[in-house]
Design a protein around this ligand. Structure first.
Ligand code: GAL
Length: 991
């Protein structure tokens, strides 16, 4: 048999054969058959495998079985190839529109029994909701057609090929095709039939398509209907029972806009939906309509006349086991989680999600930016030469993509912006897409970040702009040049609403500065918020050779080119665990502003459309974290934007403890996404009486010392601590290193606010260069006085002339043991430091330290530029819970502003530590972990961390901020830790 002609694989033309025009994904009562389930499957290494499999009688008995929907690389334990992760890079030569001969090709076959009743159908349609990347389809040996556009729906007319009873459907899927050049999103390449396959019986006189544009104006609803049906389908009836609406259209000419009277509008906060049916004699289609009007007025983006602020997430469809295969239950839980974390918007980066996701977004309430399946980022590597976005040969492919995007999802009230795609450079094909959308849907503006000059889009959008730059964009009269814009283009952009389609790169530990971005939104109404990059990590569940489970990232499957852990940049870990950054986000964007003013609380609603009648305001007073009183505040119901002052309850102030008042704003009743009592917003007020720290007692009787010494609960040999409260302990030793975060490893040049001298070099590289991870000590002096011990150490790294002097003073102060550590850097340290801390090692023993009980900031980790979710209180956690299992191990676990810490063993206190403020009132933070920073820095995955029962306690006088330099700005200067002298002062006691 001659090998088949595969030239179509390199053809940008999007479809062929009986491919039908795009239409809405409708809920219809017309018969349908799901073709999901097991299919016969064969994988070939090239596109040239014989096409004999498409024949009806082909014997596939020897083939594997594979579930549809699925990705073949995630099936069969590696027998069907492996996933590939790249961000910008193409995993094949840049040779558009060609792809290599090595082109994994999956052939699928299954039988389907067509019910006898289907012989009444006017047409039989075969729908594919998602196939990556190019496929062809045969029915009973007859070739029907083919299509590309992986995350788009494709329907084929198979009427002439099907028959009652048994039918054979055969599908050939190529992993690589011309389409791969325009599907270069930052994600795993996951081939296969990964969304539903459905056979639809289309009745004569059915509803082919329907579009109900439901507007809202001044309390009134209006529907602009569009019905696609043959003349014989009429009369068509629209029913909206809740409003008593029934429209009977005798002919297509009757299908005209109509008012429905008073309605409740739809918004992300109050997602009010009305059930509607559209029927002919042959078919009824059910829709859920939400009345809302999207509008751009000047530089404001409005829904129902009110400005929208996006507190959004970029949402990829990704799951550690299923890949991009949709699971409705999981998606619903995921969206409910977003709501609980005050997320109000989703950008469907970077392709349309499974269509049901939009039903859920309508129902739960999100502002959605629906993005087309388009990205050509890899052309960046060749200076954008040959970029399809400006090549007429690709125009039809681009238009086909945007038509399929808009037509499929046009009925959803949640969608408030169409996005042409992501990182596809710029060019006339994008402009043509925009023109098509503008003509088709006048009710939603067009977004595309790559249109830097604003030539064909309606909103100004950027990614990862720094805080000063965003401020400049928001400021009237600013002449500061905008990215890639002439002054005139910049002026044009400043007339539009602005949003950050991506910001706050949430890779690993971070980002910092969420609160700085949020503050700008309230200062400059042109700024409409943005979308965090991104919602979740894309780890793939796998195991090591010895069966240890872990979440894989780029390189773990032996890819030739890959982008490592750049795919692990979500606020959720791969297994759905929210990272501290998500709590920070929740706190920063909380929908109520709570400010204390004297004896009053000033409450301001930042909501778009909901009043506050669903909320309760709880208060409590704590003394050193212990509850002393609680109650509820009587806050009047606030309209959106409204404000009220309410008196605070009387707060009993303790003499010997800190006094804190906490106000929590909680849901009065359960919602579709949270339980009653779920807290949406929190604020704290410090009412503590001033309590100066005890002065340091001067000593003059120092004399050289040797040998052993006991001071209260501490035992020393040669000036070094050996036992504390009867257990072996070593330390304290100076610790300047932290296991670099992904942001610390970031080498972007965007450091202008901080330090231009490190542009292009990561902080982590500089720390390693300066030997912060390999400090050595030379003891300069050991001295004792009555009830006191003093050591002086000079700490420095191999081949470095820089050092830090560390003076350690132990003394008995009454029945307490005080430790005071003074660190003083030599001059000349050139970079920021990750931390200034002291580390103790608490080895495994009879009663190993395995937990902490503390009064300070918690419950989660916090850093100088990520402190908003942290509150002052008393917290307890096991040593393992104190660390976050970031996909690539890195700095984690720092709790700021410590007052009291009890190290525990099986819940029982073994050592108590009180942290005294330094002369400027600053308090240290602490980290308790099973591993040292150096051990953590050596591991690429959590399973590579050595087994350890030793606990390491680090008390930090200071930590460097987090920033978001993995993809964005470095740490803001205010939160950057410059080498400086610090004092750590602790009081220690047993138990
Ligand atoms: C953006 C891109 C995203 C992602 C992000 C970095 O440039 O649009 O898809 O790659 O950077 O994680």
């Amino acid at each position: 048999m001659p090998s088949p002609d595969t030239s179509y694989v390199s053809d940008p033309t999007p479809g062929r054969g009986a491919l039908r025009a795009a239409r809405s994904w409708l809920h219809s009562d017309a018969p349908s058959l799901s073709l999901n389930g097991p299919w016969r499957f064969r994988l070939s290494p090239t596109a040239r495998a014989a096409e004999d499999f498409a024949a009806e009688g082909f014997d596939d008995a020897g083939w594997d079985s594979i579930p549809v929907p699925s990705h073949w690389v995630l099936q069969g334990d590696g027998a069907h190839g492996r996933p590939i992760y790249t961000n910008v890079q193409f995993p094949f030569p840049i040779d558009p529109p060609h792809v290599p001969d090595e082109n994994p090709t999956g052939d699928y076959r299954r039988h389907v029994e067509l019910p006898a009743a289907w012989s009444d159908a006017e047409r039989v349609v075969l729908r594919f909701d998602g196939v990556e990347s190019l496929f062809r389809v045969w029915v009973n040996g007859e070739e029907i057609g083919g299509a590309s556009g992986s995350r788009l729906a494709h329907e084929f007319d198979v009427t002439s090929a099907v028959r009652p009873g048994d039918n054979v459907v055969a599908v050939r899927v190529h992993q690589w095709s011309a389409a791969s050049y325009v599907e270069d999103q930052d994600q795993w390449w996951l081939p296969g039939i990964f969304r539903d396959v459905t056979l639809l019986a289309r009745p004569a006189g059915g509803v082919e398509d329907v579009w109900l544009r439901a507007g809202f104006d001044d309390g009134q609803g209006r529907i602009e209907p569009e019905v696609t049906a043959g003349a014989s389908a009429f009369p068509v009836t629209l029913r909206l029972p809740e409003l008593g609406v029934e429209q009977v259209w005798a002919s297509p000419a009757d299908v005209t806009p109509f008012d429905v009277g008073a309605v409740q509008p739809w918004s992300a906060e109050v997602p009010r939906l009305y059930d509607v049916t559209v029927s002919t004699a042959a078919e009824t289609v059910a829709l859920r309509v939400g009345f809302r009007t999207v509008e751009i007025r000047g530089d404001r983006f409005l829904v129902n006349g009110r400005r929208v602020v996006f507190h959004g997430m970029n949402r990829h469809e990704t799951h550690p086991v299923r890949g991009r295969v949709f699971d409705e239950e999981h998606a619903r839980a995921d969206l409910a989680r977003m709501k609980r974390f005050n997320v109000n918007a989703i950008r469907t980066s970077h392709y349309p999600p499974h269509p049901r996701l939009l039903d859920l977004a309508d129902e739960l309430g999100f502002w959605v930016v629906l993005e087309c399946d388009l990205e050509t980022h890899g052309f960046d590597a060749v200076g954008w030469a040959g970029n399809p976005s400006d090549d007429p040969a690709w125009r039809e492919a681009y238009l086909d993509r945007v038509r399929r995007t808009v037509e499929r999802d046009k009925n959803h009230p949640s969608i408030v912006l169409w996005s042409l795609g992501n990182e596809a450079g710029t060019g006339s094909n994008l402009a043509a897409m925009s023109a098509w959308v503008h003509a088709r849907d006048t009710g939603r503006p067009v977004h595309y970040e790559g249109d830097h000059t604003g030539a064909y889009t309606d909103v100004y959008s950027r990614m990862y702009a720094s805080v000063p730059e965003v401020r400049q964009i928001g400021t009237d009269g600013s002449r500061a040049p905008l990215l890639n814009c002439t002054p005139a283009q910049g002026a044009r952009q400043r007339t539009k609403p602005f949003l950050l389609c991506e910001y706050a790169h949430a890779m690993g530990n971070g980002p910092g500065a969420l609160d700085q971005y949020e503050a700008l939104v309230h200062e400059h109404p042109r700024l409409h918020g943005g979308f965090v990059w991104e919602w979740r990590d894309h780890g793939i569940a796998t195991t090591t050779a010895d069966g240890t489970p872990y979440f894989a990232y780029g390189g773990d499957f032996g890819e030739v080119v890959h982008d490592g852990n750049f795919v692990m940049d979500g606020m959720l870990l791969s297994d759905d665990v929210p990272t501290p950054s998500l709590y920070e986000f929740k706190a920063v964007v909380q929908p109520l502003r709570l400010a204390f003013d004297g004896d009053e609380l000033v409450v301001t609603s930042l909501r778009h459309s909901a009043d506050t009648s669903d909320l309760r305001f709880h208060w409590r007073v704590e003394h050193d974290g212990a509850l002393v009183d609680a109650g509820e505040l009587d806050v009047p119901v606030l309209a959106p934007g409204g404000s009220a002052r309410v008196p605070l309850p009387p707060v009993p102030v303790a003499k010997d403890a800190e006094t804190w008042l906490t106000v929590d704003v909680a849901l009065a009743a359960a919602t579709a996404w949270a339980d009653q009592g779920h807290v949406l917003a929190t604020a704290q007020l410090d009412r503590s009486a001033a309590r100066p720290a005890p002065a340091v007692r001067p000593r003059t009787d120092w004399r050289p010392s040797e040998g052993t010494l006991t001071l209260g609960i501490a035992e020393f040999t040669g000036g070094s601590l050996t036992r504390l409260a009867g257990r072996p302990v070593t330390g304290p030793r100076l610790e300047l290193f932290r296991a670099p975060t992904d942001n610390d490893e970031g080498a972007s040049t965007e450091v202008e606010e901080s330090d231009a001298s490190i542009a292009g070099i990561s902080n982590a590289a500089l720390w390693r260069r300066d030997g912060l991870d390999r400090l050595t000590t030379r003891r300069v002096a050991v001295e004792r006085a009555a009830d006191a011990l003093r050591t002086v150490d000079r700490v420095s790294a191999a081949n470095s002339g820089l050092w830090v002097t560390v003076e350690t003073l132990w003394s008995l102060e009454g029945d307490e043991l005080e430790l005071r550590v003074e660190t003083a850097p030599s001059s000349g340290w050139p970079t920021v430091w990750p931390r200034i801390g002291i580390r103790f090692e608490l080895p495994d023993g009879a009663a190993p330290v395995d937990g902490a009980d503390w009064f300070g900031l918690g419950p989660l980790e916090s850093y100088p530029d990520s402190l908003r979710a942290a509150r002052t209180g008393r917290f307890t956690a096991g040593v393992r819970e104190l660390s976050v299992a970031y996909a690539r191990p890195q700095e984690t676990g720092h709790r700021s502003a410590l007052r009291q810490l009890t190290l525990t063993s099986a819940g029982t206190g073994v050592v108590r530590i009180a942290a005294l403020p330094d002369a400027r009132g600053r308090r240290p933070g602490f980290t308790l972990a099973r591993h040292t920073p150096q051990q953590i820095a050596r591991a690429a995955h959590p399973y590579q961390l050595p087994e350890s029962a030793t606990s390491h306690l680090i008390i930090d006088a200071a930590q460097h901020g987090l920033g978001s330099r993995a993809c964005g700005p470095d740490v803001w200067p205010d939160f950057a830790l410059r080498p400086e002298s610090r004092t750590i002062r602790l009081r220690l006691a047993a138990g």
